[in-house]
Ligand binder design. Structure first.
Ligand code: ATP
Ligand code: MG
Length: 431
């Protein structure tokens, strides 16, 4: 026997037992986006490497060490998307969508980062992503946060914490950056290697360090909120007022900067204490300069991304059950004539009883074996086509879950009868 092939490190299959939770998350996501007038926009998984370098920034974890990049056969440098914003911005620019001036978009799918795999941190993971373009005011910031809150609530996740902060305009950020440079410069000897490098490149990044030693130094660093320009202050105050009006609790976290370079003004993060150190489940912010930076007309933007694996882990942890889908009926058939007839009946049912789930016994077997399979399938009813039933033009209906007398049904009335028994309505009767 040849050796089995293992999946890559940090990459996972979603097996049938887990699929219902994913489908639940995806269904609720679609419903909530549609309730707010957001439209889906699917962007490619591979893009040119420099798209991410130019947007995410050189001194970020992602660009410094996490990107899956390779040269293709034509010598082009290609990267598996580590996040969706860069691709979404590229898409609205290269497809001319910004002519509509205001866009509310979302997407979801796999992202790739070469991180050290651990609980809640993978190399292929999935994000739900929301982006809005062309809105300057704090109302869109509030809408996006309120939308994320509704999504989390609809999923049954209510005990999450919302952290918010403002990074100001590029100009006020520059002032802050200088202050931070001075502060961390004075502590240079105590900085770790990453932070030393970032001190030269972009000292703001040090605030985002996960090293507890660095976090102690960060605790004494000057606060962005003290260097905010007046407009950013007003923007932030208005956002806070919207959130309070919407009944959304938040904490202002003055050192929250987020891992990407492109953010301006509002940044936020939803966190949980139920997943150990992988505490962020959703994060985002405003990126007013990014569209222009990537060659588009100067257009404000704001968005967030939610980690689907972390949400699924929370659903699991909180025992929010999602049921595996079971067939409604399982067809048990005797002999070759039964099999031929059964195949036809099953197709007829699928055609005429919308949403009915029919599983056919394939590959023969004694009636006893077939009943065992029927039971294992989780079906509500076994539909039995024995020799006797076939000769009489009927089918026997046997409940597999309830104490209920077996009944017989003529083929012509099967659709209707099953519709009644299962609370589904057939479009046409007869077999
Ligand atoms: P972290 O601080 O946990 O590294 P991040 O700041 O790198 O997160 P973002 O780039 O903001 O994360 O991505 C948004 C969300 O995507 C995160 O809040 C998290 O839920 C999820 N996420 C990010 N990286 C991973 C990963 N490697 N595996 C699983 N989920 C992830
Ligand atoms: Mg990260």
């Amino acid at each position: 026997m040849s050796k089995i092939i293992e999946p890559l490190r940090g990459v996972h299959d979603v097996l049938p037992a887990q699929a219902p939770a994913w489908q639940f998350l995806e269904r609720v996501t679609r419903e909530v986006f549609s309730a707010y007038g957001y439209e889906e926009c699917r962007v490619p998984i591979i893009e040119q490497t420099h798209l991410f370098k130019r947007s995410i920034g050189d001194f970020t974890d992602i660009v410094e060490k996490e990107m899956f990049s390779f040269l293709d056969q034509g010598g082009d440098s290609i990267t598996l998307r580590p996040e969706a914003t860069a691709g979404m911005v590229r898409a609205v620019i290269s497809n001319g969508l910004l002519r509509e001036s205001r866009l509310r978009l979302w997407c979801m799918g796999p992202m790739f980062r070469r991180e050290r795999p651990q609980a809640g941190r993978f190399r292929q993971f999935h994000q739900i992503d929301a982006e809005a373009f062309g809105f300057e005011g704090p109302d869109i910031d509030a809408e996006l946060i309120v939308l994320s809150a509704r999504l989390l609530r609809r999923l049954g996740l209510s005990r999450l914490k919302l952290l918010i902060n403002s990074l100001g305009t590029p100009a006020s950020r520059l002032v802050y950056r200088e202050q931070l440079g001075l502060y961390f410069g004075a502590h240079e000897a105590a900085l770790d290697e990453d932070s030393k490098r970032r001190l030269k490149g972009n000292p703001l990044r040090i605030l985002d360090s996960k090293n507890p030693e660095m976090q102690r130094i960060v605790a004494g660093a000057p606060l962005m909120i003290d260097s905010l320009d007046t407009e950013s202050k007003e923007h932030f105050a208005a956002l806070c007022a919207y959130l309070r009006d919407a009944g959304i609790e938040y904490d202002v976290e003055p050192h929250l900067v987020r891992g990407l370079d492109y953010y301006t003004r509002t940044v936020f993060e939803w966190t949980t204490d139920a997943l150990g150190s992988q505490s962020a489940v959703c994060a985002g912010g405003r990126y007013d300069g990014l569209v222009a930076q990537l060659g588009g007309a100067d257009t404000p933007g704001i968005g967030w991304a939610m980690g689907q694996e972390r949400i699924i882990m929370l659903l699991d942890k909180l025992g929010i059950a999602t049921m595996r889908e079971r067939p409604h009926v399982y067809l048990v058939m005797a002999g070759t004539s039964g099999e031929g007839l059964g195949f036809k009946i099953a197709e007829n049912l699928r055609e005429n009883v919308p949403n009915l789930r029919v599983q056919l016994n394939l590959g023969g077997g004694s009636l006893k074996t077939q009943f065992k399979r029927a039971d294992k399938s989780g079906a509500e009813f076994a539909l039995v086509l024995g020799e006797d039933e076939i000769s009489r033009g009927i089918v026997a209906l046997k409940s597999l879950r309830r104490e209920q007398a077996q009944e017989e049904c003529v083929l012509a009335q099967l659709n209707e009868r099953l519709g009644v028994l299962l609370g589904l309505s057939p479009t046409r009767s007869g077999s």
